[in-house]
Design a protein around this ligand. Structure first.
Ligand code: SF4
Ligand code: SF4
Length: 177
């Protein structure tokens, strides 16, 4: 599971969370015993974090990719898209954490086509686009989506890039520890 506290970045000029609070739902925040998939109990509807001044470093440090990258369009603001984008600080894989209350949000237009385009652009760098709905992970490739289920401790993604009928793609699998 992604640790949001590992992602420290600066918001792009003009980007603000506004009414969005989706990262207060989709991630585990152990410091306030908030499990992934449920709204944090400190969130006040319409008023944001009820413990803003003393919120954990975990929350203080995190800015999603929509906040830090001005090239990502307004339709990707997480409360509109129903998913939160982030980059893994080590692998640079794109993680797409979907609101479990809108589990098919990533399959809708225009999002799915855009995820495929990002997958195609990432492939030459050996980076992947991973969609997470609860514990289940799907790898989005330029030509198809590959569901791999839940990753346990030590499980890892193994990918072999190859040329497909319509361009570069990859075979992917989960290898257990
Ligand atoms: S998901 Fe992004 S835009 Fe939404 S509240 Fe969190 S950091 Fe702000
Ligand atoms: S403590 Fe505040 S900022 Fe952190 S998840 Fe809960 S409501 Fe959001």
């Amino acid at each position: 599971m992604l640790d949001p506290a590992a992602i420290v970045a600066t918001p792009a000029p003009g980007r603000e969370c506004g009414p969005c609070t989706l990262c207060c739902k989709v991630y585990d925040v152990p410091a306030v015993e908030s499990p992934a998939g449920r709204w944090c109990r400190h969130l006040k509807p319409g008023a944001g974090c009820g413990i803003h001044a003393s919120r954990p470093d975990h929350c203080r440090a995190f800015h999603c990719l929509w906040m830090t990258e001005s090239w990502i369009g307004p339709e990707w603001r997480p409360d509109r898209a129903k998913m939160v984008l982030s980059l893994d600080p080590v692998t640079r894989f794109m993680n797409v954490q979907v609101d479990p209350g809108q589990a098919n949000a990533w399959k809708r237009a225009p999002y799915h086509d855009q995820l495929r385009r990002w997958a195609a652009a990432s492939l030459p760098l050996r980076r992947y686009v991973l969609v997470h709905v609860g514990p289940a992970t799907t790898v989005v490739l330029p030509d198809r989506d590959v569901p791999l289920g839940a990753f346990g401790p030590g499980d890892r993604l193994v990918a072999r890039e190859r040329m497909g009928p319509v361009g570069p793609t990859a075979d992917v699998e989960k290898v257990s520890a």
